[in-house]
Write a protein that binds this ligand. Structure first.
Ligand SMILES: C[S@@+](CC[C@H](N)C(=O)[O-])C[C@H]1O[C@@H](n2cnc3c(N)ncnc32)[C@H](O)[C@@H]1O
Length: 374
């Protein structure tokens, strides 16, 4: 018998299918909705995430608009967008309940240790500090921050400092080694897939994981998918592993990214992925008219490749077009670029979905447009 039972208390819980746990946990963390004093738990089917409060109007709208593509929310997806009160009511009734949580033993966070917050992201066992958040700090203070990250995250082996955002044609970061093991390569796990990553040689960010899952949810059995800017393969491998596409063509101009992509295809034992090392502009020669889904994840200049993307897309296929836009014109300007490219080839468009994926800089957003090409 346990002579020292952990205290248990009743607290609002958000109950979702276990497979949908990670995107929910991330969004709730972003919305400051997770109660870290309670330990989440699961039964055979569901995960129970402890909440700080019953979500209010804005929080419910954010949950509906960002997560309604998940299987857990199939019931309410028809009510999903735009602060719909019927959808919000269903969300409160079906997903939020009171549950008994055990007290979470306190794991010190980086903020607890330092007394202030710093921005960093974790890729596999590497933490990358955002240099904007430490621009006023001396090298000694940056070393203290790295030590705090290593102490708060026992799985982290390396701390790097990113000097500026990703840049250049291959979207690579300028990285400086700060602490731990001096390396830029790691293995990152996401949605049941493992990816070999080398942050010094090829692009990767964990921040698009929910977005990748959203695209996955649109792929049907037998679809032909063309990932024009595939990087190390986080869209292509995820789709090949979890949907049943007839084929995924995964292309990147960066030879180092394609080497890692080939390793990731093998690591995840996925079939039906063809890895190519071409300039995406040349994909039309072999794959014109084949794409049921064409993924254009090159947000800073995907518009330069729209003629090729339209050419690649079969009638009624969908282009997933990423861009960086300002809050004074989030979607319309980019939709016009897609319409113009389609009309040049005698095609018309239907906008299926407009998505504000994440904030990128003040007033600047990374958006995605899912556009059917007729
Ligand atoms: C923003 S990254 C996205 C990578 C991947 N989709 C992901 O989510 O991690 C854009 C990628 O496009 C590649 N790229 C840039 N210009 C290209 C071109 N002309 N043709 C093919 N790939 C290109 C870069 O090397 C980079 O890997």
């Amino acid at each position: 018998m346990n002579s020292n039972p952990k205290p248990v208390f009743s607290n609002p819980a958000f109950r979702i299918l276990k497979k949908d746990g990670e995107p929910c946990r991330r969004l709730f963390d972003e919305l400051s909705l997770l109660n870290y004093a309670c330990r989440p738990f699961a039964d055979d089917t569901y995960l129970y995430l402890p909440l700080t409060n019953r979500p209010d109007g804005d929080q419910l709208t954010a949950i509906l608009s960002r997560l309604s593509h998940l299987e857990s929310f199939a019931l309410i997806s028809s009510f999903s967008l735009g602060g719909d009160s019927a959808g919000e009511k269903l969300l409160l009734e079906k997903f939020i309940l009171d549950a008994d949580f055990a007290v979470q033993e306190k794991q010190l966070t980086v903020t607890d240790i330092l007394g202030y917050a710093v921005a960093y992201e974790m890729v596999g066992d590497i933490a990358v500090i955002d240099d904007k958040s430490v621009s006023e700090k001396t090298p000694d203070v940056v070393s203290e921050i790295a030590a705090a990250i290593l102490a708060a995250h026992p799985g982290i082996q390396t701390v790097l400092l990113s000097r500026g955002p990703v840049s250049g044609e291959f979207r690579i970061r300028d990285l400086e080694f700060i602490a731990g093991d001096n390396k830029t390569a790691t293995v990152h796990k996401e949605y049941g897939c493992a990816y070999k990553i080398d942050l010094g040689r090829a692009y990767f960010t964990p921040r698009l994981s929910t977005e990748r899952a959203r695209i996955l949810s649109q792929i049907q059995e037998g679809d032909f998918v063309i990932d024009m800017f595939a990087g190390v393969g986080p869209y292509s491998v995820l789709i090949a592993k979890n949907a049943k596409p007839s084929m995924v063509v995964a292309n990147d101009k960066n030879e180092a990214a394609v080497s890692l992509l080939i390793e990731n295809i093998a690591l995840n034992k996925v079939k039906n992925v063809v890895a190519l090392n071409l300039d995406a502009i040349d994909l039309g020669r072999e794959y014109a008219g084949k794409g049921g889904h064409v993924i254009m994840n090159l947000p800073h200049n995907a518009c330069d490749f729209l003629d090729t993307a339209v050419e690649l897309t079969k009638p009624d296929g969908v282009i997933h077009y990423y861009a960086m836009t300002n809050d004074d014109d989030l979607f319309d300007g980019e939709i016009e670029k897609i319409r113009t490219a389609a009309e040049k080839q005698g095609r018309t468009i239907e906008v299926v979905e407009k998505r504000n994926v994440r904030s990128y800089a003040p007033h600047q957003y990374n958006i995605c447009l899912d556009v059917r090409i007729r």
